[in-house]
Design a protein around this ligand. Structure first.
Ligand SMILES: [Zn+2]
Length: 219
């Protein structure tokens, strides 16, 4: 009989990406760091909002446009409140919008350090035969799924691949290349615990030893 251990892994980067821009004060291309603060300017019922960045070397500011000439009454009150209160989640959402950031900077530096918070979703009775990992990744964390699983489960990437080849590991939504692609929010990974080299279900909720998963910087 199958018994299922359900866990959630919440994967969050520890730092926001840094766009490299020409800093007029340093007179050089330097990395800019998000201050997690917004600047909001209202004029004649129109609103502009920026996420404020600072040069990592001299504190020179750069404003990343978030809203441009937006009619105030067209903005959701919750968003307006979040902008004026410097809501951290909204600041991070914009700081990880690499598509829009990429319009202002040709070089965006991402960081590999992640936190992986693990939570047991279903109480476990007896020995689980299968484990289901639900991934919550609210921000683009830039790490491959096989790398995350290998690092957190203490296995090699080839061991992860062998599990998948032997149908002991599957990923939903189904995608043949999912393991080699970046971790996505909402993914579910099911693993036949009996196929693991060591059947220890506590592995799925244990905090990993290493804080960082090395990942090549993205262009
Ligand atoms: Zn500077």
């Amino acid at each position: 009989m199958q018994s299922l251990l359900q866990v959630q892994w919440r994967v969050t980067p520890l730092k926001t990406p840094r766009p490299w821009l020409h800093c007029p004060r340093c007179d050089a291309r330097t990395p800019f760091v998000s201050s997690d603060k917004f600047r909001v300017n209202a004029q004649k019922k129109c609103l502009d909002a920026w996420l404020v960045y600072r040069c990592a070397h001299c504190e020179q500011s750069w404003n990343f446009p978030v809203l441009e000439r937006c009619p105030v009454n067209g903005i959701e009150p919750a968003i307006l409140h979040a902008l004026t209160e410097n809501d951290a989640a909204l600041a991070w959402r914009h700081a990880f919008d690499l598509t829009r950031l990429g319009r202002h900077s040709s070089q965006i530096e991402s960081f590999a350090e992640l936190s992986v918070e693990k939570q047991l979703l279903s109480p476990r009775d007896g020995v689980a035969t299968h484990a289901e990992i639900a991934i919550a990744a609210p921000y683009d964390c830039g790490v491959r799924l096989d790398k995350l699983l290998a690092s957190e489960l203490g296995l090699s990437r080839s061991a992860i691949e062998r599990l998948a080849d032997g149908k002991a590991l599957s990923v939903l939504p189904a995608n043949r290349r999912a393991l080699k692609q970046m971790v996505r929010d909402g993914q579910r990974i099911t693993i036949d615990v009996r196929a693991l080299p060591f059947a220890d279900p506590s592995l799925f909720t244990r905090v990993s030893a290493g804080p960082a998963i090395p990942e090549a910087p993205r262009p």
